[in-house]
Design a protein around this ligand. Structure first.
Ligand code: ADP
Ligand code: MG
Length: 258
């Protein structure tokens, strides 16, 4: 392992079992590469955009980066505390916003004093008012994203992973989150950023990773990676419907574990 890197992925596979089409009880389940032989290294303080079409493996990668999921094969080394900011980022629906903060802090083994500080930070940043005392199941998706983002940020992690979380909810809060992210990018935090908006990724990120069909297609400077990716998407769009279908089927077939 090389100390220079905050994140190292070496030959990482993530394999899921696919449900059978057939109703036969003992039919063997096919196995599917959500990620296949992915290797890359990231330096501390990098701002990394992750590109890839739907189903390419971005969220699988995010979850491994966040330590929520572990690889099936290969090795992952992460030198820092991570926080994942995603639409479904580990909020307990039965608990209130406030209870969610306390539980998260307790799970991380933080002191009472630290949890109190974080709570005050979340109250200020999330601006949920009285809703902080309501169960999360009564929140709108925008309110969940407010709470999730605020908790993750106030935990002051070394590595922040944003998986399409800023696209839901209200514009004003999304802008406030982007301001916060811009502030954090100057403080030596390592940030992984996934967004529907390729322009947002181009603006925000310096380095880029592109995964397609579960495999690492390219890694390099963000602008170059985004150009490659956009060309790929354009080429795909130029294909006929029949060619597109065939292309997708081949990509899928390559992801079945043989
Ligand atoms: P992305 O975020 O790039 O859209 P994902 O990482 O969510 O892609 O998914 C990659 C592939 O892995 C998809 O084909 C998806 O259906 C599959 N997948 C993701 N999670 C699971 C799971 N828990 N069980 C089975 N398949 C999964
Ligand atoms: Mg995803």
């Amino acid at each position: 392992m090389n100390e220079k890197y905050i994140v190292e992925f070496k030959n990482v596979d993530k394999i899921y079992k696919l449900e059978n089409k057939s109703k036969r009880r003992f039919a063997p389940k096919k196995q599917f590469y959500a990620l296949k032989d992915v290797s890359f290294n990231i330096k501390k303080g990098s701002i990394v955009g992750i590109l890839g079409t739907n189903g390419s493996g971005k969220s699988t990668l995010s979850n491994i980066l966040a330590g929520i999921s572990s690889p099936t094969n290969g090795s992952v080394s992460i030198r820092g505390e991570q926080a994942l900011i995603a639409i479904k980022a580990g909020l307990n629906n039965q608990l209130t916003g406030l209870e969610n903060i306390k539980v998260k802090g307790a799970l991380l083994g933080l002191s009472k004093k630290r949890i109190q500080e974080i709570t005050e930070g979340v109250i200020e940043f999330a601006e949920l008012g009285e809703f902080l005392y309501q169960p999360v199941k009564k929140y709108s998706s925008g309110m969940k994203s407010r709470l999730g983002f605020s908790i993750s940020i106030c935990l002051d992690p070394d590595i922040i992973i944003v998986d399409e979380a800023l696209s839901v909810g209200d514009k004003a809060f999304a802008a406030k989150c982007m301001d916060k992210m811009n502030e954090l990018r100057t403080t030596g935090k390592t940030i992984f950023f996934i967004s529907h908006s390729i322009n947002q990724i181009r603006e925000f990120c310096e380095d880029g990773i592109w995964i397609e069909g579960g495999e690492l297609k390219a890694q390099g400077k963000m602008q170059e990676i985004a150009d490659l990716y956009e060309n790929y998407v354009e080429d795909f769009k130029k294909k006929s419907k029949k060619e597109q279908k065939q292309f997708k089927e081949e990509l899928f077939e390559e992801r079945i574990v043989k």
